[in-house]
Design a protein around this ligand. Sequence first.
Ligand code: HH2
Length: 267
Amino acid sequence: MPIDFESRARPLVMGVLNVTPDSFSDGGRYVDYEKALDRGLEMAAEGADIVDVGGESSRPGATPVPEAEELRRVLPVIAALAPHVRVSVDTTKPAVAREALQAGATVLNDISASMWQLAADAGVGWVAMHMQGTPRTMQVAPRYRDVVAEVCSFLAERARRAQDAGVPELWIDPGIGFGKTTTDNLSLLAHLGELCSMGWPVLVGTSRKRFLGEITPGAGGALAPVGERLEASLATAAWAMTCGVSMVRVHDVDATVQAAALVGCRR
Ligand code: HH2
């Protein structure tokens, strides 16, 4: 059946802004307040609908950051960006979430998928992401009987809880790379249509992730470095938007906005 682009809502583009020294892609680039602010405003000018501010890396093996340090990193940037662009906070800590929302964030990007009540009480959007394990150990030995079925049933359960609690705006996210092998990631991408037909808006983040570097290797067949994963990131974002996702989370906002226009989803 042909895809009916005309009747579709335009997918949103969420730009990634990590105010961390150690994020897998942009770690160390935006630890400085001025640089973070400039990048956030730049992404807004490039067409980002939401800028996602994070103060703790969730890359495989990442060490947790103390609450006070995470607050110190994200609050000034969120407060400065919020008058100019919609801001989400990428955190797993309730205290950080509360303060970030007070500082002006209006979406809680929750990779632990546990803070629906907090989002409901604050009257803000909530992203529920699937993850097997924790960032520290999640890539050691991910195991599923049926990754698509397990991720879908987990997300459906979280989405129902959030709806019952009164969360006003909700996205479900399969958590590409979070406790998943490359095969698991590809299965989830291949079945995005199923996730999208569950009845809730879907967010997907493939941007610059390791599995893309494995599939499109660099020189000598080695893992393509983070800086050489743009084409694969765009291809997967375009695929996700074609499947009907409502939002893609990306580092390369400008290129993704252009790719979205080309696949017919964005005008
Ligand atoms: N991926 C990352 C972080 N947060 N949130 C959602 N909802 N979905 C994702 O796929 C997702 C996410 C990992 O990417 P990044 O923020 O660039 O790296 P790091 O965790 O190292 O800061």
